[in-house]
Design a protein around this ligand. Structure first.
Ligand SMILES: Cc1cc2nc3c(=O)[nH]c(=O)nc-3n(C[C@H](O)[C@H](O)[C@H](O)COP(=O)(O)OP(=O)(O)OC[C@H]3O[C@@H](n4cnc5c(N)ncnc54)[C@H](O)[C@@H]3O)c2cc1C
Length: 399
């Protein structure tokens, strides 16, 4: 599909994470001349250190839920278009339980709310869960077990490779190791300057620079209320622990109060314990046999049989790209509509959808109603401290 306009729009995308590659793919498929500038290499940022659970579970307000729910469908469409059973997306659902009266009450409330919103939710018996996950040790204190069948596991590196392959086959160019240090908008165009002094001039620029988005926004004189991902703070960062291969039959996400677990390919598991993020410090990577690793393994053994010999092969610290109110920022940020900002948490869920919506706005000049609540204005000229502290990250399903 190409643009109706005779002029072939020349667009730069800064950043080759899931957002940048999703929008570059869509722009190139719509006939734009696209150059992606990436400071390091594809997936160098948050898109490679993520739990990558595709969901719209516990996401409020309703407009944000709707955006995420639509984004799940977008992944399904992308998978169908690529190949059935595409290796980057597995819609195998999520199992979740809570323990203790307060957490159970909150989970029940959430499932009721999701059901009202039309989001698929199933209550399962212990026998059902045990049959599907033979090694599971369901917490005896968990009164109810829930399943969210439309949720999915995503393999980020495979998806990034697919998005880039599609963008490239539609003519997009990738400039790795190209650090953009300034941008300058005039009524006739926008000029980017690279660290080595080289310049690029075109019609539009998309800032898909994730947790670094404040830097280039500051360069055009705009403050952006984004949390500081370099802070030793569990809203900003989280541990991700990767096990050595294990003989477990787990093909879905598992969310429990003490540990979130998902398969990570080749028999490995990816573990996350949000309460342990209290100890996170992005400049101090824990060792694979230190306290964090041991505690995650202890919890894993409580939840699964056959993992006595489990080992942590690697621990990473994921640093979030998170607007200060926790919601996406999507839209033009300059008067001549040449600089478009896209930055969000939950980008693994939202990426392909936001990529399409951004490309529609730039090429077709139509803005989806889905974005009505997510214009960047609310964050511009403000600092993160101007917003109430985000607590939803501690909610198991706020990924
Ligand atoms: C611990 C953790 C768990 C998460 N779990 C989930 C989850 O379960 N589900 C979910 O949907 N989301 C999850 N997320 C969020 C999701 O991973 C992110 O929202 C997403 O990866 C952000 O993608 P991005 O493309 O915006 O940013 P990034 O992947 O960071 O890409 C930005 C790119 O821009 C480049 N760049 C920056 N500045 C410049 C410049 N000046 N010039 C050139 N290049 C530049 C960087 O090098 C980088 O490659 C999680 C995040 C974390 C940290």
């Amino acid at each position: 599909m190409t643009s109706k306009s005779a002029h072939k729009q020349k667009v730069a995308v800064i950043g080759a994470g899931i957002l940048g590659l999703s929008v570059a793919r869509q722009l190139a498929q719509k006939g734009a001349e696209v150059t992606i500038f990436e400071r390091d290499y594809i997936g160098a940022g948050t898109s490679s250190t993520t739990f990558a659970w595709v969901n719209s579970n516990g996401k409020s307000p309703d407009s944000y839920h709707q955006l995420n729910a639509t984004a799940i469908d977008e992944h399904v469409e992308l998978q169908r278009e690529g190949q059935v059973g595409a290796p980057w997306f597995h819609q195998t659902g999520t199992y979740e339980w809570a323990t203790g009266s307060e957490l159970q009450h909150r989970l029940n409330e959430r499932t009721e709310n999701l059901t009202t919103l039309g989001y698929p939710v199933e209550k399962l018996s212990r026998a059902d869960v045990q049959a599907r996950l033979p090694e599971i040790r369901i917490d005896p204190q968990a009164d109810e077990l829930w399943f969210f069948p439309t949720e999915a596991i995503l393999y980020p590196s495979i998806l990034l490779a697919k998005l880039w392959a599609d963008a490239k086959s539609s003519g997009a160019v990738l400039r790795n190791h190209s650090d953009i240090v300034s941008l300058n908008e005039t009524e006739h165009g926008v000029t980017l300057t690279l660290a080595d002094g080289e310049q690029w001039t075109g019609d539009q620029v998309v800032l898909a620079t994730g947790r670094w988005s404040r830097e280039l926004m500051a360069n055009i004189g705009l403050d952006l209320a984004l949390i500081d991902a370099n802070k030793a703070d569990r809203v900003a960062c989280g541990f991700l622990a990767y096990t050595a291969p294990l003989p477990l039959q787990l093909d879905a996400n598992l969310i429990t109060p003490e540990l979130n677990v998902r398969p990570d390919g080749g028999g490995r598991l990816l573990l996350q314990a949000l309460d342990l993020d209290l100890y996170v410090n992005p400049s101090l990577l824990p060792s694979t046999d230190g306290f964090i690793a041991k505690e995650m393994l202890r919890r894993l053994r409580r939840i699964f049989a056959n993992v006595d010999h489990a080992k942590i092969e690697r621990i990473a610290i994921g640093q979030r790209a998170r607007p200060a109110d926790g919601l996406p920022a999507m839209g033009y940020v300059t008067p001549d509509k040449r600089v478009y900002l896209m930055v969000t948490h939950s980008g693994m869920t939202l990426g392909p959808l936001l990529g399409r919506l951004c490309a529609e706005e730039i090429i077709d000049k139509t803005r989806s109603d889905l974005l009505a609540d997510f214009a960047p204005d609310r964050l511009i000229g403000k600092k993160a401290e101007d917003f109430p502290q985000i607590s939803s990250v501690f909610y198991p399903s706020a990924q």
